[in-house]
Design a binder for this molecule. Structure first.
Ligand SMILES: [Zn+2]
Length: 189
């Protein structure tokens, strides 16, 4: 029997195991630190161990890798082999994100998703902009949001997770996603 994943995907899996303190995470921390924000990292007592937590602002921030969290962006591509395996796996990740976000909100936290692509493809000035956008969100009383590479802004998450008739794990990260990205629309959105 052959190995279930290719070498390429295997190394991607291994890389993901050590997913704390990634370069994008550190870039975001630097920006916030420079703006005077102080935070806790990966607190064990909170659902999903958010990458950054700012208790004073009731804010939990996740820096999401585009592959592992199936971001609808140019960095995300389905692996060529074992499509069914990856669909299952990544859908499960998305469902977990959803559950984590819901639990945090139930505990009175606001949740911000910063997508890695927004940091990885940052041009001069983009990181500063990220910092000030996130700072503005922190100081606001806006609820859950995401920072995307497309808009370079903190945008509201418009999907209501608990809307009746929706699948239990409706989209956390993207309000709309083409069907081709993640199987049937009902599973995602
Ligand atoms: Zn992305």
């Amino acid at each position: 029997m052959t190995d279930i994943v290719t070498r390429q995907t295997r190394s991607r899996m291994m890389a993901a195991i050590k997913s704390k303190n990634t370069r994008p995470e550190i870039a975001l921390r630097r920006q916030l630190f420079a703006l005077g924000f102080r935070y806790r990292l990966h607190p064990k007592n909170l659902p999903g161990r958010p990458d950054l937590v700012l208790p004073r602002y009731r804010a939990a921030i996740f820096v999401h890798g585009c592959f592992w969290h199936a971001h609808d962006c140019r960095d995300f591509r389905w692996p060529k082999s074992n499509r069914a395996f990856w669909e299952r796996k990544l859908r499960r990740n998305v469902a977990l994100d959803e559950a984590t976000s819901r639990r945090l909100k139930e505990q009175g936290w606001r949740v911000l998703i910063v997508w890695e692509c927004a940091i990885r493809h940052a041009k001069p000035g983009d990181l500063e902009r990220l910092g000030s956008e996130v700072a503005a969100w922190l100081r606001s009383n806006r609820s859950s949001a995401q920072f995307n590479s497309e808009s370079h802004r903190v945008d509201e998450l418009t999907v209501d997770h608990q809307q009746p008739g929706r699948a239990a794990h409706s989209a956390t990260c993207e309000p709309s996603r083409p069907e081709s990205q993640l199987g049937t629309a009902a599973d995602r959105d």
